[in-house]
Ligand binder design. Structure first.
Ligand code: ADP
Ligand code: MG
Length: 594
């Protein structure tokens, strides 16, 4: 296996690599670093998000900088302020054992004089957004006429955002004799134009298939009626109680509306779009990073800076106008070797777009049905049971115990359990019991290419008592079940991993084999238990009776004061007016169950 050392990095950088905990170079690093270190050359590197591009250009750049000179030698252009700060931060970590290397970030929305002051002190490397850079050049606050290296990071996104003219202007202020390194996830026409115009016979490297999304991401779509996007979104959230997601909308207005609706319904949501002030955006992002926000509703532009590693789901509330943008969206999950799911809510007329996206990502979508209300109830129930099991007992409870015992006197264990669980379950039940099936009828059948038809007859849905806490994701659990039961590649499908339990499907033909395998099966001293799920919602779009507009209920975490306030106020109002509705929720009851 290749090491960072073998790529030609000097010792001080290897020490930094070590501190960062990078064991082996990623593919783009392995390919780019030796090329960039060896000679002065232009380079076009295509690699999807999350593949480690920052280090691929960052390490060679730092190694090549002349430490004795304080002239600006390297310019990195990146699309957003957030990315700009991230890159700067990374480069500072990479150069922690270098003496006299200064990396300065230049971006809009912050004091230009302060940034100019930092530049003046001597910044060999400047990381900038195109807009602010142009501004500073215009005012003579930065001199890039002597740079040796110009790096265009996330070039496709910069061009997407309309920075073509700015980039052209900026590049015209740089010397001809320099190396240009272009990094991009995709290679749309505009990027090739830049490459042709401003680069001299660049070397090219491509990681993975061109334009392909990460293979650790499963792509799913759900077909619903045009007006059911919002309740569909809630179902997706309710099926994944521990969701940590970015929800993409097409416009700022939709973004705001969807976020408001979620918050009103008691979910931990926040909006991120260009109409917010920088300060508001910082607040939202910081809450999201701390996971106080579980569902970040964002426009494509605003989400460009998001570089959070643990995102479990990307939800496309609407498909993007440009299908190429889908790659950027889904690339927000499945980062840093983790698996992720990208879900798309579509109407029937959009199904052909799925086909076009499949061509771009070179991966098939899974046509899925929204879970039925009863399946959500089941998931929430197990989730609650597990939560109770895992809850650490607060010793402060002790002193109240005699009084509590008095109240609960005469209830036996079974009864008590049923009651505890019913506290939350009933609310879900009451809400979902009345809701309709949201799946657009016949929808999934239109998708011939899908690896499994969600309405396949004979599919059996199972519950298994292992999940994310046991280190599984949908891929590894699928492998585990298949290998343990000695099944074939296609026998297990629809694997939905929750925190401490999961669901999966198989055709009924192999059901006995599965149940027999997992009967009394002990792994690491623990019983791994598989049962047929009571509500095979994931096995087929079973229709649930009754009309009735879906109302809402919530999902929350205690901590989030700023985002919590409007919601609880609203909720309290809801309580008094609709005593029986699912959205009832008092402050006291907040746990992160919902
Ligand atoms: P990209 O720019 O391609 O989207 P980043 O440079 O932001 O990707 O890297 C994504 C994540 O992977 C970051 O958290 C980074 O610290 C981590 N990373 C980068 N290179 C390695 C490596 N060789 N080993 C482990 N983690 C890495
Ligand atoms: Mg990057």
């Amino acid at each position: 296996m290749t090491t960072f050392k073998a790529l030609g990095l000097q010792q001080s950088l290897l020490d930094a690599v070590n501190d960062l905990g990078f064991e082996t170079p990623s593919e783009v690093q392995e390919k780019a670093i030796p090329i960039l270190l060896e000679a002065e050359t232009d380079l076009v590197a295509l690699a999807q998000t999350g593949t480690g591009k920052t280090a691929a250009f960052g390490f060679p750049l730092i190694q090549k900088i002349d430490r004795e000179s304080r002239t600006t030698q390297g310019l990195i252009l990146s699309p957003t302020r957030e990315l700009c700060l991230q890159i700067t931060n990374e480069l500072q970590l990479y150069s922690k054992y270098e003496k006299h290397i200064n990396v300065v970030a230049i971006y809009g929305g912050a004091s230009i004089t302060e940034q100019a002051r930092q530049i003046k002190r001597g910044a060999q490397i400047v990381v900038a957004t195109p807009g602010r850079m142009k501004d500073m050049i215009g005012r003579g606050l930065v001199d890039i006429s002597k740079i040796d290296y110009c790096i265009l990071d996330e070039a496709d996104e910069m061009l997407n955002m309309g920075f073509f003219e700015d980039i052209k202007d900026i590049l015209s202020n740089t010397p001809n004799e320099k190396s240009t390194w272009l990094f991009s996830a995709t290679m749309p026409k505009e990027v090739s134009i830049i490459a042709k115009k401003f680069m001299h016979s660049p070397k090219e490297i491509t990681v993975g298939a061109k334009n392909s999304g990460a293979t650790t991401v499963q792509h799913e779509y759900y077909t619903v009626g045009g007006r059911d996007r919002s309740p569909a979104l809630k179902r997706l959230a309710d099926t994944n109680p521990d969701i940590f997601s970015v929800v993409f909308c097409r416009t700022k207005r939709d973004t705001q509306k969807v976020a408001e609706k979620l918050i009103e319904d008691g979910y931990n949501a926040g909006a991120l779009h260009g109409d917010l002030s920088q300060n508001q955006r910082d607040l939202v992002m910081s809450a999201f990073r701390k996971k106080q926000i579980q569902m970040l509703v964002a426009t494509d532009v605003a989400a460009r800076g998001i570089d959070v590693d643990d995102i479990t789901h990307v939800i496309n509330y609407q498909l993007p106008d440009e299908i190429e943008t889908y790659t950027h969206r889904s690339g927000r999950t499945g980062r840093a070797g983790k698996s992720g799911i990208s879900m798309v809510i579509i109407t029937r007329s959009e199904q052909r777009k799925i086909k076009s996206i499949e061509k771009i990502i070179k991966q098939e979508f899974v046509a899925k049905s929204l879970p039925t209300g009863m399946e959500i109830c089941e998931i929430q129930l197990y989730h609650l049971a597990n939560k109770i099991k895992d809850t650490k007992i607060n010793p402060e409870v002790d002193s109240f115990l005699p009084a509590i015992n008095d109240v609960l006197q005469g209830l036996d264990r079974d009864e008590l359990i049923k009651k505890i669980v019913s506290v939350e379950f009933t609310r879900f039940y009451n809400y979902y019991n009345k809701t309709k099936d949201l799946n657009s009828i016949g929808a999934s059948n239109d998708h011939e290419g899908g690896s499994y038809d969600s309405s396949a007859s004979g599919a059996v849905r199972y519950f298994i008592n292992v999940g994310e806490k046991d280190g599984y994701d949908w891929m590894s659990l699928k492998d585990f079940i298949r290998d343990t039961a000695g099944l074939g590649k296609e026998d297990i499908f629809k694997v939905d991993v929750k925190d401490s339990f999961s669901f999966f499907n198989s055709e009924s033909g192999v059901s006995d084999q599965i149940l027999a395998t997992f009967k009394d099966l002990k792994i690491d001293g623990r019983f791994v238990n598989v049962e047929v799920s009571k509500n095979p919602g994931g096995a087929g779009g079973r229709k649930r009776g009754g009309p009735g507009g879906p109302k809402s209920r919530g999902k929350r975490k205690e901590k989030n004061k700023d985002f919590d306030r409007p919601r609880s106020r609203k909720r309290d109002r809801g309580n008094s007016s609709a005593p029986n509705s699912g959205k009832r929720r008092s402050k006291k009851r907040k746990g992160d169950f919902f």
